[in-house]
Design a protein around this ligand. Structure first.
Ligand SMILES: [Zn+2]
Length: 268
């Protein structure tokens, strides 16, 4: 399972959130994205964090994020050749496709002689479009290089409809492992110190996570058409989407109302 292994994830911090049980067993750990077009400070912060990282086998491809976050319709997700359809922004959809091609060409030499590749799951854990993209790149390269492809069992209320696409016609082996909390907490501090921890500050870690091996198409397996038994680490998240966020004028009106209520209590 860990022989000739590489862990490849979209962003620095994904490795401990979704794969902490295996990070100290990898030959190398690679982050795809560094700079972000909507957060000009995070790129430098991530590079500093990587330089201070407690493990030495960590590096970044230093690709700019395609800014795909929250551009898909997760209530009715549609898969494409590149990942998930980005319904909300045509420009982001083009960047997503370009990034797919770029990752295919850069990662080809990195995975060429590997026996085991660890990455995101097909539904992007809690539902991140860029996680789905990286999974799809490594799934495509698997047909060329025949490595074992592993991912973990995290899912959320946001990504469950995409996970549903994989419940049948999909067979996995799985191993349940203990989360490496001590190492995860040490690495979280490095990210927090450098200002690039992107997950909940008070996140409560699961005790165990399951690593699933996606059976490749060339292996014979009996497909279960009506169901599939595998464990899930289910996270309940709240994402304020652009549609749900109140219009700015409504927010300003609410703020004025709250101020008036403070100065004129009892008036409505
Ligand atoms: Zn991520």
């Amino acid at each position: 399972m860990f022989d000739s292994s590489v862990l490849i994830v979209a962003h620095p911090d994904d490795e401990i959130l979704w794969l902490s049980s295996v990070i100290d067993k990898m030959d190398s750990i690679i982050f795809c994205f560094n700079d972000s077009p909507y957060n000009t400070e995070v790129g430098d912060a991530r590079k500093k964090a990587i330089a201070q990282y407690p493990l030495l086998n960590v590096s970044t491809l230093d690709i700019v994020e395609p800014d795909a976050w929250d551009k898909a319709d997760w209530s009715q997700p549609v898969t494409t050749d590149y990942g998930i359809k980005l319904e909300k922004c045509q420009e982001a959809a083009l960047r997503y496709q370009d990034t797919y091609e770029k990752l295919i060409s850069i990662l080809r030499s990195i995975v060429a002689n590997r026996k085991n590749v660890f990455t995101h799951n097909p539904w992007g854990e809690y539902g991140h479009e860029e996680h789905v993209l990286v999974y799809r790149v490594l799934k495509a390269l698997q047909t060329e290089f025949h490595y074992d492809l592993w991912f973990s069992n995290y899912c959320s209320n946001r990504s469950v409809n995409l996970m549903d696409h994989y419940i049948s016609g999909f067979v996995t082996d799985y191993e349940c492992l203990s989360v490496n909390l001590a190492l995860a907490e040490e690495i979280v501090e490095v990210y927090k110190k450098n200002g690039c921890w992107t997950w909940y500050a008070d996140y409560q870690w699961f005790e165990r996570e399951c690593l699933m091996r996606a059976k490749p198409s060339w292996e014979q397996a009996e497909l279960l058409l009506y169901g599939h038994n595998f464990p899930v680490n289910y996270i309940k998240i709240h994402v304020e989407t652009h549609e749900q966020r109140p219009h700015r004028i409504v927010r300003v009106a609410e703020k004025i109302t709250r101020c008036l209520e403070r100065f004129f209590p009892g008036r409505k």
